[in-house]
Design a protein around this ligand. Structure first.
Ligand SMILES: Cc1ncc(COP(=O)(O)O)c(C=O)c1O
Length: 443
């Protein structure tokens, strides 16, 4: 006889089953102790009847909020018509999405490979970069996150490096240009990112065995604490790549598709990458990712027999979702909306910063905002405990926030509501955060 489903079990039984049967995958992190039954718009709803404002857009993916009617309609229609195919077969949603993505991008980015997750897109981009350059060394930021598969994890430095055996040979880290906590400074004490970058590549050149293939970086480091490299940095980084015959791969898993107030974060810098990877935001909650590159690079890869044949490559169901995501972003001008809401959010956070001295820094772009908590504004000393207490109090009060805790940094909240959020939802989130910081610091 089949065992009863969890719906028939008590809350205690649910957690007992979770504890007994789920592999814990979040490192030292724990599951949020709420049973989620549904989500809609900017909120998730719990079995106990609570509604929680979702300031992380799920896992930084649901840019259109949860259960967006257009996405729901597309999934319902497409799953009944054509969901999945033999990977060598093509369908209209796939070719439409590839063409439409190219139309959102500058030349020469025009060829797409449609996949499922962010790690997979970076895996494919690295694999292609190695094949076309004939080299294997990969450079990334020391606070990067590119995913959990082998090549992506080997280029990930913010977490999870220890204990899993050798990373891919030839992976190197360069320091993050962090204006709030500068390491290389000018006489005025500001970040001297040019000197930092020159020094970084001196070290890369010293360590390289002469096989530098690519630089894989996020335009705004999200899991690294929402760090935005200063204007000019990416142009200089591109030049470092060119000088060494390396490809520049930008990972816009979190920043792509309007979140930062423009379609792509790299637009600020006037730098076009050799390859672009998209994931989280492209599927707006569903598993869809892409690698986009030039016809020239694609041709070279094809000539050398490029192979990335997976079960879900070019799947029609999620490609149809991607087309709907593009429809909604264009129709509702969500790039402009993200810029406006981002400015609104920023003003609210600055007011919170004026009231609470533990707010050390507010940064980011559009609707990807970081707020770093410190014990002391002068020394910028961080505290894991402070961040954890504020996060917990926010959740009790009905706001889900994510905090990044990295060595040498105070807890940095990553604030990324859906681009469809209403101003009064942002106001609600701001007032909860204000209350939580006030209560934690006074208690
Ligand atoms: C910038 C970036 N790249 C890649 C990934 C990995 O994506 P996924 O978890 O879908 O494999 C993430 C996930 O957080 C990310 O933030």
């Amino acid at each position: 006889m089949a065992a009863p489903t969890t719906a028939a079990l008590s809350t205690d039984d649910f957690w007992a089953d979770a504890d007994r049967h789920l592999i814990r995958y979040a490192g030292a992190g724990e599951f949020t102790r709420e049973i989620i039954t549904r989500a809609a718009g900017s909120f998730v709803y719990t079995e106990s009847g609570r509604e929680i404002l979702d300031f992380t857009s799920g896992q930084m993916s649901a840019i259109l909020g949860h259960a967006h009617p257009d996405i729901v309609a597309t999934v319902r229609r497409q799953v009944g018509e054509l969901d999945h195919l033999f990977s060598g077969m093509l369908s209209r949603p796939v070719v439409d999405l590839a063409r439409r993505l190219a139309e959102t991008l500058p030349e020469p980015l025009e060829k797409a490979l449609l996949l499922t997750t962010g790690a997979e897109s970076n895996e494919a981009a690295i694999r292609m970069a190695k094949l076309v350059t004939g080299k294997h060394e990969i450079v990334s930021f020391a606070r990067s996150w590119h995913g959990m598969t082998q090549a992506a994890a080997s280029a990930t430095y913010s977490a999870g490096r220890k204990g899993y055996g050798p990373a891919a040979p030839g992976n190197f880290a360069i320091p993050v240009p962090n204006s709030y906590r500068p390491d290389f400074t000018t006489a005025a004490g500001e970040l001297d990112w040019r000197r930092q970058l020159d020094f970084a590549f001196d070290l890369i050149d010293a360590q390289s065995v002469g096989s530098l293939a690519a630089c894989l970086v996020e335009p705004i480091l999200s899991s690294g604490g929402v760090i935005e490299p200063p204007p000019g940095y990416f142009a200089a980084l591109r030049d470092k790549c060119r000088e060494r015959g390396m490809l520049l791969i930008l990972d816009e898993a979190q920043t792509g598709l309007c979140r930062t107030g423009s379609w792509y974060a790299f637009e600020r810098d006037g730098v076009v990458p050799d390859m672009l990877t998209l994931s989280k935001t492209l599927g707006a909650g569903l598993p869809l990712a892409a690698v986009i590159t030039s016809a020239e690079i694609e041709q070279r890869a094809h000539d050398r027999g490029f192979l990335f044949f997976t079960t879900h490559v070019s799947d029609p169901l999620v490609a149809a979702v991607g087309n709907t995501v593009l429809d909604v972003l264009v129709r509702d001008r969500l790039d402009e909306r993200a810029a406006e809401l981002g400015a609104f959010l920023r003003r609210g956070l600055e007011r919170i910063g004026q009231r609470h001295s533990v707010v050390g820094d507010i940064r980011g772009r559009g609707l990807l905002v970081g707020l770093e908590l410190v014990l002391d504004r002068e020394t910028k000393q961080g505290s894991d405990e402070l961040g954890a207490l504020v996060t917990r109090r926010c959740l009790e009060l009905g706001l889900h926030m994510n905090i990044v805790q990295l060595p040498g940094m105070g807890g940095a909240f990553r604030i990324a509501p859906p681009l469809t959020a209403a101003e009064d939802e942002l106001t609600l989130g701001l007032s909860i955060l204000d209350q939580a910081i006030g209560e934690v610091t006074s208690g």
